[in-house]
Design a protein. Structure first.
Length: 389
């Protein structure tokens, strides 16, 4: 889909005398659709000038998605914030600290939340939460069945590999058996959470007690084999370095080569309020844009790179659309607390369809409403851009 004009923009920027031969060589590889090695990925993080990374990532993004930017109409259900694990970046979990602030929804509560959207054209419910010691596989199957019985066309995207690993071990079923049981109940896809940083040197410092990289990848691989698409995340901008980020993306790229089951890669910026890592400063916007751009360049087999606006904030999300991003997640309707509790600007994340469309249009892109698996539902290019800022 990329035009001659895009290519000439790449060539123009590479003709600048300040650009080194190493960078020019890598740019030529990218334009020729040759895969970057891990060393080259690290080199881009370390030495790639931001304008060059942006131009190249934008070139790849437009080749894959043209000028389109995707969003959906969704809401979240967070069944509980009680969690048996103790990730040090988490501002949300309440098992050991402040149990009195914990919540625990019943199946009826969750169905009531779904019913609130009965007259709204929502297409997806995203179910994710803490790992409660008592909420088990049977309970979640009942929740899913009841949601599907009430609104069959609503896509259920649910449960991180961390939640599933615990659920399946408790139920004494294999990963394949567990996923099949959930799929039969009505689960259709999985979000990308719980990946954090795969490398054990970092994982043992930030989330020592939950599923490791091998277990996370095994669950996603099994989901893909069952025809269930999933996303993948990285939690960046804390104590990891560029080597760890590339190692993480390399593991995902290898699995995607085998299964082609990932839809989107979602870099999640570490937020430092109210958690045990509050001493770690948050990344700068330059670092954020670099993360998105290198992700777009390195993960050549991922169809989409998503900026989760609820976590990143609206303005940075608009900027990422020029750095490789082609998806901004959904309307959300103030139904998630993970990021607001960690200090994100959006304390009540909610955008109307019109606001999301304007956010995308004002960044110079075509807003496309999609369903969870990227079927295009509506092209909003004709919607008038109002004076909403
Ligand atoms: O795995 C927790 C992250 C994730 C913090 O697949 C934090 O479409 C930053 O994965 N600072 C869960 N991040 C959320 C998630 C997600 C969100 C939106 C869309 C999708 C999708 C997936 O939240 C956790 C963890 O990496 N997280 N605490 C924090 N302090
Ligand atoms: Fe639990 Fe998830 Fe928080 Fe870790 S990030 S403590 S698994 S809720």
């Amino acid at each position: 889909m990329s035009t001659e004009a895009d290519l000439s923009r790449v060539k123009n920027i590479l003709n600048r005398s300040s650009i080194t031969k190493d960078i020019k060589d890598l740019a030529e590889k990218i334009v020729a659709e040759e895969r970057l090695t891990p060393e080259e990925g690290e080199f881009l993080f370390e030495k790639g000038p931001l304008p060059v990374l942006g131009t190249l990532a934008n070139y790849v993004r437009e080749k894959k998605s043209g000028n389109k930017t995707y969003f959906n109409r969704n809401f979240h259900i967070e069944p509980t914030n009680v969690c048996v694990f103790s990730c040090s970046f988490c501002s949300y979990s309440r098992l050991y600290k402040h149990r009195e602030d914990g919540w625990e929804l019943s199946a009826d509560d969750m169905l009531d939340m779904v019913k609130k959207y009965d007259d709204q054209p929502i297409t997806e419910v995203h179910i994710v939460g803490g790992v409660h010691p008592k909420l088990n596989l049977e309970f979640f199957c009942e929740v899913i069945r009841r949601i599907k019985a009430h609104r069959p066309e609503l896509h259920i995207k649910g449960f991180t590999a961390v939640e599933l690993d615990y659920m399946f071990r408790k139920a004494k079923v294999s990963v394949e058996e567990g996923l099949n049981i959930l799929k039969e109940a009505g689960l259709q896809s999985m979000p990308g959470g719980g990946a954090e940083i795969f490398h054990p040197d970092i994982r043992k410092k930030i989330c020592v007690d939950k599923v490791d990289a091998e277990g996370w990848l095994k669950i996603h691989k099994a989901a893909h084999r069952l025809g269930m698409p999933t996303n993948a995340t990285i939690l960046y901008g804390h104590i990891e370095n560029y080597f760890h980020r590339i190692d993480h993306m390399e593991k995902l790229r290898q699995l995607q080569d085998k299964t082609h089951g990932f839809n989107a890669f979602i870099p999640l910026k570490f937020r430092n309020k109210n958690n045990d890592m509050s001493y770690v400063p948050e990344s700068t916007i330059v670092e954020d844009l670099k993360m998105y751009a290198v992700a777009r360049l390195y993960l050549d087999n991922f169809p989409h790179i998503k900026a989760y606006w609820a976590m990143l904030g609206r303005q940075t999300t608009q900027l990422t659309l020029a750095y490789g991003v082609d998806d901004v997640d959904g309307t959300i309707d103030d139904t998630t607390k993970i990021y607001s509790m960690a200090g994100a600007e959006e304390q009540h994340p909610r955008m109307s369809t019109e606001e999301l469309v304007m956010l995308i249009k004002k960044a110079g892109r075509i807003p496309i409403e999609r369903d969870t698996v990227y079927h295009e539902l509506h092209d909003y290019s004709e919607m008038e851009v109002s004076n909403l800022s």
